[in-house]
Design a protein. Structure first.
Length: 118
């Protein structure tokens, strides 16, 4: 009986660890995909293939499609004769369930890309 209880406790701890890992990996994958989209968008704006408005609408549709926590009004895209710049603040959280109270960890990221004129 003691072995069974010990085994169930270990299985519970492993399951909890897997849950936390999955939550964190999902958040990281969303961030990485947004970074890749920003790099693609800045190269297209820099080369003139996209206007700033079209790049913004593409980013907003990507963010909505992937269900990423970004306030779309905070997206900044700028193009001058010296550089092209995209800035997106990204906030996310991981909820760790406990018996009486959930523990929430907040993550703040700033995704910023700049291409300078050569």
């Amino acid at each position: 009986m003691k072995r069974l209880i010990g085994f169930l406790i270990i299985i519970g701890i492993i399951g909890y660890g897997v849950y936390v890992l999955i939550e964190y990996v999902q958040m990281t994958v969303k961030k990485r995909s947004l970074e890749e989209k920003v790099k693609e968008s800045i190269e297209n704006v820099y080369s003139g293939m996209l206007t700033i408005e079209k790049a913004r609408s593409d980013l907003v549709s990507f963010i909505t499609e992937k269900n990423i926590n970004v306030d779309t009004t905070e997206i900044k895209i700028d193009k001058t004769y010296q550089f092209t710049y995209i800035y997106i603040p990204y906030y996310d959280s991981v909820v760790l369930p406990f018996f009486k109270k959930n523990k929430i960890y907040y993550f703040d990221y700033e995704i910023a890309e700049t291409l300078y004129v050569k």
